[in-house]
Write a protein that binds this ligand. Sequence first.
Ligand code: MLT
Ligand code: MN
Ligand code: ZN
Length: 303
Amino acid sequence: MKIRVLGSGAGGGFPQWNCNCDNCRRIRTGDMNAKARTQSSIAVSTDNNNWLLINASPDIRAQLEAFPAIHPKHGLRDTGIKAVLLMDSQIDHTTGLLMLREGKPLDIYCSEMVKQDLTTGFPVFNMLSHYCTVNHHPIPVDGSSFTIPAIADLRFYTQAIKSKAPPYSPHRHDPHDGDNIGVVIEQISTGKKVFYSPGLGEIEDHVMSAMQAADCLLIDGTFWTEDEMIDQGLGKKCASDMGHKAQSGAGGMIDILNGVSNARKILIHINNSNPILDEDSEPCKILAAAGIEIAYDGMEIDL
Ligand code: MLT
Ligand code: MN
Ligand code: ZN
């Protein structure tokens, strides 16, 4: 299985259009050893031809152009994207659907809760129905599995996880199973598994089990500290208020990953405020010492 990181940044990307924080300012002035990052999305394939897009970021146009394997190859209109899977209904994961409106009917796999948000508060499915057809495929939120016809040799296990519905959702302060999911993607012919969860606020037992059984983890790397946004004067919300588990501190993501033995460990969905973006920073060294990698745009993982 091949995984292409289309976008490794959190909402806003890096640098964020209106942000003059230490990181955003320094990458613009060239005073930082860092990579710019577009917003959160990956693509998965087993034949390098037929791709599942997981999340559709507002940066999708540039992300697809930067990735030849997904370009149109046959006839006048074509794409390597055969289906879309959504992890939640957050703006950074769904607004890119609007950019796919010129295409054929879109096969979109998402939970009932995500479908509700995308037909009410942010009615992108309704809007797209005036441009192309949306075929919504409901997915399990109890960890059971499904397959996607056009994406051969992969099996998907989707399960509700604890993070946050978007601020526009009626579920923001009234959580329901399926507002956010984690996915285990298994290649049927090899048994290799990746666990993907770009927004992960709590590590429940079923999440730990999925992580222990995976060969590779691509998980929430949004914030280094719980109070990062507040400390930098960028906002009023803690990491946990936004449904993200910070990396540092007791019980943080590094501690949790230290308890996972075999998997390749990769952080994804990095917010522009996160000091790990500075490749010469102390936090970056701490991650390296813990055997934890940081995803970047264009990263490819072969499993
Ligand atoms: C998040 O991951 O918490 C959201 O994407 C934040 C946002 O909408 O900018
Ligand atoms: Mn996000
Ligand atoms: Zn910033």
